[in-house]
Design a protein around this ligand. Structure first.
Ligand SMILES: [Zn+2]
Length: 101
């Protein structure tokens, strides 16, 4: 795509997203990423690369954001995954969160 602010995902053709930080003299962009797990940066790609859950419990999303192990977002994702894989109820997920505090 010629438009710098839009990109179609090469994996699923959905719209990608990326982070942009204005540093005064210009804008720094993070890698393009998609909710399907594809990332422009192999270190963040969750399909073929090393993105997603890391050995130390942190999480790297497809746009290059690192969520440390004890980050509240990471804890919520872990609880949501427990909900999906163990069939726990939403109340259980909240209990898991509370226990980890
Ligand atoms: Zn995609």
């Amino acid at each position: 795509m010629s438009n710098e602010d839009q990109k179609a995902c090469p994996n699923c053709n959905d719209a990608c997203y990326r982070d942009a930080v204005d540093v005064g003299v210009g804008t720094i962009y993070g890698p393009w990423g998609c909710t399907c797990g594809w990332s422009e940066d192999a270190r963040c790609d969750q399909i073929t690369g090393s993105g997603g859950w890391q050995e130390n419990g942190s999480y790297v999303d497809t746009a290059g954001n690192l969520y440390p192990k004890d980050n509240v977002v990471t804890q919520m994702m872990r609880a949501a995954e427990a909900h999906e894989t163990q069939g726990a109820s939403e109340l259980d997920a909240v209990a898991i969160l509370a226990k980890e505090d």
